[in-house]
Write a protein that binds this ligand. Structure first.
Ligand SMILES: *Cc1c(COP(=O)(O)O)cnc(C)c1O
Length: 422
């Protein structure tokens, strides 16, 4: 049937969603679309935090065997129970209890489709009229976008570059009110590469307690600390304020494609349970897709085979790469990395526009850099900080060196006439 172009339809897209939906993928796709296909050189992807394809970062064959044997056992071909396969939840509870002052039970572990779904679930159950959540700036953008889709009000507090990217706790106190439900902490940090001290984490927990809110601790980079500060799980302070800890296999085990994550209820006083949040999470899990049963089935073996050597090998690689990136970036006048990364695989770098001719902002910088040098960097706007850039150093050392050399060449071509580079 023919329809008049002026026919009235009730539905229409939401402009607010379009305006505030920010994703790493969206920004990277936009910058990548400016690739000059005549450039024979491969793209150096500083923008992506997924090193799993580089041979140096391949996962352990032992983890692959664990998955193969789970598949071959024929035990994991059915739908999983909604909170996850019990043996996997038990193994994760044991694994995490080693670094906590109390014992987690398998009932305090929920399996999710990567940490991404853990974020979706936690944010979705908190979304209710008038509620607000405190998010760091800069941050991993999924929190913000999920909140926007759930109509949960976001209030941003700053991470302070002059204080090693610590949380501005005064700002947190000023932002919170009686409708604030939770604060998100990412440690080790994406995008800053920082690692919080025991003392700072304790202060965050004490602040949360005073405000009557709980902590969502994104520890997808748990134990990936290679500087002087040891990694301390936020759950250690779960008796000061309730904590939900989010994690996944993606980063430390270098298998983001396996899509397995978790939510841990690190709340020894059971406050989240008493206040109905855990029941909300369970109900949500009943209606969402689960991670594949065979991956869940492989978890006990994967954790049993996670040796200290595997982890220290990964940390050695990241430490060397962080050192190289930090040193070389700071040789380029238009770029400043204020803090040497100590964890995760990411670093925030400030763009000094006054050193450049004809570059309008960080987006313009990233697009021209892609066009001329086939180097992909994530514009800071994607993580909430204009005129900054996010670099990943999860790649081969030779790629970092190649990428930095291209950045230098780019700088020389676009430097203010009065500047000279040695
Ligand atoms: C990568 C990442 C995630 C998403 O993890 P997946 O397991 O790949 O879904 C969540 N939070 C942070 C901070 C991350 O860096």
């Amino acid at each position: 049937m023919e329809i008049n172009s002026d026919h009235h339809w009730n539905f229409h897209g939401d402009e607010h969603l379009n305006k505030f939906s920010i994703s790493v993928r969206g920004f990277l796709n936009l910058v990548s679309s400016h690739r000059n296909t005549d450039d024979p050189r491969p793209i150096i992807a500083f923008g992506r935090a997924d090193p799993s394809a580089y041979p140096a970062f391949h996962t352990s064959p032992l983890f692959v065997e664990s998955l193969v044997s789970a598949v071959q056992s024929f035990k994991f071909n059915s739908y999983p129970s909604t909170h996850g396969v019990l043996s996997a939840r038990r193994a994760l509870a044991e694994y995490y209890s080693n670094s906590l002052p109390y014992q987690l039970s398998p009932d305090e572990v929920f399996l999710t489709v990567g940490c991404t779904q853990a974020i979706e679930i936690v944010i979705s159950v908190l979304a209710r009229p008038n509620a607000n959540i405190l998010l760091p700036r800069p941050s991993y953008p999924h929190y913000q976008t999920r909140a926007v889709f759930g109509h949960l009000e976001v209030r941003n507090f700053d991470l302070l570059p002059d204080k090693g990217w610590e949380v501005d706790l005064e700002a947190v106190k000023a932002l919170a009110d009686s409708n604030t439900v939770a604060i998100v902490i990412i440690n080790p940090n994406n995008p800053c590469g920082s690692v919080y001290t025991y003392q700072h984490l304790k202060e965050i927990a004490e602040t949360a307690r005073k405000l009557g809110i709980f902590v969502i601790a994104d520890e997808v980079y748990a134990h990936m600390a290679f500087g002087h500060k040891p990694f301390v799980p936020m759950g250690v302070f779960g008796s000061i304020a309730p904590v939900l800890t989010l994690g996944s296999l993606s980063k430390k085990w270098s298998v983001p494609g396996w899509r397995l994550g978790w939510i841990l209820v690190t709340d020894p006083n059971g406050i989240l349970e008493k206040n109905g949040i855990i029941e909300n999470i369970k109900n949500y899990l009943d209606i969402t897709p689960d991670p594949p049963t065979c991956i869940q089935g492989a978890i006990p073996q994967i954790l049993a085979k996670t040796s200290d050597e595997f982890v220290s090998g990964l940390l050695d690689l990241l430490r060397t790469n962080a050192d190289i990136l930090y040193e070389k970036i700071n040789e380029i006048p238009c770029l400043t990395c204020p803090n040497k990364p100590e964890g995760s695989m990411l670093a925030m770098v400030k763009l000094n526009l006054e050193q450049l001719e004809g570059i309008k902002n960080e987006m313009d910088f990233c697009i021209k850099l892609m066009k001329e040098e086939s180097v992909l960097i994530l514009p800071g706007l994607a993580v909430g900080m204009k005129n900054w850039l996010r670099f990943s150093f999860g790649m081969e050392r030779s790629s970092i060196e190649d990428g930095v050399a291209r950045l230098k060449a780019f700088y020389k071509r676009h430097a203010k006439a009065s500047n000279h580079i040695a």
